[in-house]
Design a protein around this ligand. Structure first.
Ligand code: NI
Length: 472
């Protein structure tokens, strides 16, 4: 009995041990797999985390988006920068509430990713509102060396950081003057903003066209100038950069060739009997994503509408220009995505004018319509914009799901004649979904049209105050 018991006990023990070994191997393989995936993230960076909190209890609206790349050290760095700002903001809201109990604070954390073969640069943009007329903006830059798989610092980009600062200072001044930017008139203020110290040039990012530098509001120009972006070609900055980060000099663009020629518009009579859908893209433009979308639309002879941010239209002027020349409608999504309901009359007018000017500079035409950020508008916004407020009736939530299949399905579930579909030309997944949609629905009598085409067809009127669909 006891022997048998002991034997049983022994075989039980061996069984448990075997089970553990098997488990260990399975978990081990899984872990290796996961780890392996970590080491080789998707080159196109389709993996993102987007957090969206609307926290009524704390009397605050918080919208947070940030990227993750599958590089642990880099992801942690970005995440901790984001959560630190979030904690800081919530504390500020709690403190402010004692003085202003009705205040609804707002925190928006957004980002840009810039990539070359050797480097990922991330720009984190923190925008917060704690009452008053102004938003407070802060920026942070993070860098990751793709070859060594290590987080690097701003200084690591340069052969000699101090020398680079002196060069960047004079190169930037030259570029700002070339651009005809609205700079501080007072020389001491401009000198201060361009002095060769790191704080003045720490928002710099590398991408295929060269080095982008962001001068946040007030640094080199008055408030009305907003954030100013410049781009310095690799022919100018290669000598400052470490060899690994140098790039090919940008293609020389033939400005006159781009300006000339007719806009590629369609004869709308061919659309008369079709079921019409307006695809609309907010928050852009961006280089690679918007350009790949434009290529795909051209191939398919589809027209869409871009609700661009004025700040980005300034930065990616050539992309806006191309979209316009390809026959798409360019509309405004405000200057830099503030909740327009939080702006006083003067700031509102200033914001809208700056956005309109950015579109005018890129296309030679005024924007066709306004889509206020978050769809938030009032009679005051309608009056100030002097153009129709265009909303949407199908929300793809593409910014949240960042998944081509889900985005596509969200559209397919709701699409009909008269749909205005909200998307964003910031994500490869959105472009993929849009192009698949156009391909799949071509045989079902659908045509994809711009707002201008809808007006020419008499389905919408640019005299309308608010447009949220165009059902016959
Ligand atoms: Ni938006």
């Amino acid at each position: 009995m006891t022997v048998k018991k002991r034997k049983l006990k022994k075989s039980f023990k061996i069984g448990i041990l075997c089970l553990f070994i098997v488990l260990f191997i399975v978990v081990g393989i899984k872990a290796v797999n996961l780890f392996g995936n970590d080491k080789e993230p998707d080159k196109n960076m389709t993996s993102y985390i987007t957090k969206n909190i609307i926290d009524k209890k704390e009397n605050a609206v918080i919208k947070i988006s940030y990227p993750t790349f599958g590089y642990e050290e880099f992801d942690k760095m970005i995440e901790s920068a984001v959560s630190e700002k979030e904690r800081e903001f919530i504390q500020e809201v709690i403190d402010t509430r004692e003085i202003a109990p009705d205040l609804i604070g707002e925190l928006v954390i957004d980002y840009d990713v810039f990539k070359t073969d050797s480097l990922i640069s991330v720009h984190l943009l923190f925008s917060k509102y704690l009452g008053g007329a102004n938003y407070i903006q802060e920026n942070k830059s993070c860098y990751f060396d793709i070859k060594s798989k290590k987080v690097i610092s701003w200084e690591d980009l340069f052969e000699d950081p101090n020398d680079a600062l002196r060069q960047l200072s004079s190169l930037s001044l030259k570029q700002l003057k070339n651009m005809d930017a609205d700079l501080w008139e007072e020389k001491t203020m401009l000198d201060e903003g361009l002095m060769d110290k790191k704080e003045n040039f720490e928002n710099c990012f590398l991408e295929d066209h060269g080095m982008l530098i962001l001068f946040p509001i007030y640094q080199v120009g008055p408030r009305s100038s907003g954030n100013i972006w410049i781009i310095l070609g690799y022919d100018q900055v290669n000598s400052l950069l470490k060899k690994d980060y140098q790039g090919a000099a940008p293609l020389v663009k033939n400005e006159s060739e781009k300006q000339e020629g007719e806009r590629n518009l369609r004869d709308v009579s061919e659309l008369q009997d079709k079921k019409l859908v307006a695809l609309t893209f907010d928050d852009g433009p961006s280089y690679q994503i918007t350009e790949s979308l434009l290529d795909g639309l051209k191939e398919r002879n589809a027209k869409v509408t871009f609700f661009v941010l004025g700040s980005r239209a300034e930065q990616y002027k050539d992309v806006v220009q191309r979209a316009y020349m390809d026959g798409h409608t360019i509309a405004s999504h405000s200057y830099d995505h503030k909740n327009l309901l939080n702006l006083d009359a003067e700031s509102l007018a200033e914001d809208l004018n700056k956005a309109n000017k950015a579109v005018l500079d890129a296309t030679g035409a005024d924007p066709f319509a306004l889509r206020p950020p978050y769809g938030n508008y009032s009679q005051e916004v309608i009056d100030a914009s002097k153009m129709p407020v265009v909303l949407w009736n199908v929300d793809t939530e593409d910014w949240k799901n960042r998944d081509a299949e889900i985005t596509y399905q969200n559209i397919m579930d709701h699409i009909e004649d008269g749909s205005i579909i909200l998307m964003h030309d910031l994500y490869g997944t959105s472009v993929e979904a849009a192009l698949k949609l156009i391909d799949d629905l071509a045989d079902q009598g659908y045509a994809f049209v711009s707002l201008e085409e809808l007006e020419r067809l008499g389905r919408i009127s640019s005299d309308a105050d608010v447009i949220s669909g165009f059902k016959n």
